[in-house]
Design a protein around this ligand. Structure first.
Ligand code: ADE
Ligand code: ZN
Length: 338
């Protein structure tokens, strides 16, 4: 570790910054040991010898190779309490990482297609949020994601079921296999979600082209882009994102583990910041990609030589980019100026 990395880490320990985590999939926080615990509780037999055998499979060549394992592992989540335990364990870890506000992605379709009702999924997650707020003072909200590699009609059914559940939601997102599944396909679902007051975000420009980011903005009305790192291939798009202050929720360790970049140093984080893009740092699927928010920040401090001032602007971006209430954002912002 260089002296400057050690110095930045020490400053961050002495004066923690109020980060918001805006891109984390609750299903992506399912650790190998928890998969075995849940399988035992639900009397399921896993196709793995033990935790180590499962953990050894956490090597990915691209997004699809990860999604194959991610969806397989969901088989252990059945009852509302499974979702509660999963979400509360993540929120506890996020609190330990210094996270003050979370916007948690949930994939209802991935559970509905296995016969688990939306009420169990969102009920468990929302009760965990209430508990975490009580225990840690952390705030958290739910964003349901459309699986873009499933039919458009399934996305409409998902939206109907989450609205019918009556469980408070903040937004709608778009995730799963990106290439070949352009955002524009889901224009109507997003319009419908917007008419019910949901905020709109979309994964775009992770593996897919800059054109998908344009579609997310123009067809879906996305207020934030998840990943979005391929925007740098299109100057007019960079200008649009910078002028309209559209945040990009970048996930450094995810990009390395999914082969979007060969190594962290190749991630164009500095270029994005230099071009005035509103970048935030996030963990995506921390159980699979080797790091929660604190570990993503530490990796970036080491790879890009970020100093405390850089971290302060990343924390500020995360607060400004969040969908937290005005009062909560003001509260977190005030901690930055002390
Ligand atoms: N679902 C969970 N993680 C994802 C990612 N990184 N990209 C697209 N869909 C996802
Ligand atoms: Zn993601």
């Amino acid at each position: 570790m260089t002296d400057s990395t050690a110095e930045t880490l020490a400053s961050l320990r002495e004066q923690p910054l109020p980060f918001c985590e805006l891109h984390v999939h609750v299903e992506g926080t399912l650790q190998p040991a928890a998969i075995f615990d849940l399988a035992e509780r639900n009397q399921l037999t896993l196709p793995y010898r033990d935790v180590n055998d499962l953990a050894r499979r956490y090597e990915f060549t691209d997004l699809q190779s990860f999604l194959d394992l991610y969806y397989d592992n969901l088989s252990v989540l059945i009852e509302e309490r499974d979702y509660y335990d999963l979400a509360l364990r993540y929120l506890t870890r996020a609190h330990a990482a210094g996270v003050r506000h979370v916007e948690l992605f949930v994939d209802p379709q991935a559970h509905n297609m296995r016969g688990v009702p939306t009420g169990s999924v969102l009920g468990g997650v929302s009760k965990a949020i209430t508990q975490a707020t009580e225990l840690y003072g952390l705030t958290a909200e739910i964003i349901v994601c459309v699986l873009r590699d499933q039919p458009v009609a399934a996305a409409h059914r998902m939206l109907e079921s989450v609205l019918a559940s009556g469980i408070p939601l903040t937004g709608i997102g778009l995730d799963s296999a990106e290439i070949g599944n352009p955002p524009a396909l889901f224009k109507k679902v997003f319009e419908e979600a917007h008419s019910h007051g949901l905020r709109r975000v979309a994964h775009a420009g992770e593996e897919g082209p800059a054109e998908y980011i344009w579609q997310a903005l123009d067809d879906l009305g996305a207020e934030r882009i998840d990943h979005g790192i391929r925007c740098l291939e299109d100057d007019a798009l960079v200008t649009r994102l910078a002028v309209d202050r559209i945040p990009l929720t970048v996930c450094p360790l995810s990009n390395v583990r999914l082969g979007v970049v060969n190594e962290l140093g190749e991630l164009p984080l500095r270029q994005m910041l230099e071009r005035n893009l509103v970048v935030t740092i996030n963990s995506d699927d921390p159980a699979y990609f080797g790091g929660y928010l604190d570990e993503n920040l530490e990796a970036c401090i080491a790879a890009f030589g970020l100093n405390y001032t850089d971290l302060k602007s990343l924390a500020m971006n995360s607060i400004q980019a969040s969908f937290a209430s005005d009062a909560r954002r003001a509260e977190l912002m005030s901690e930055l100026s002390t």
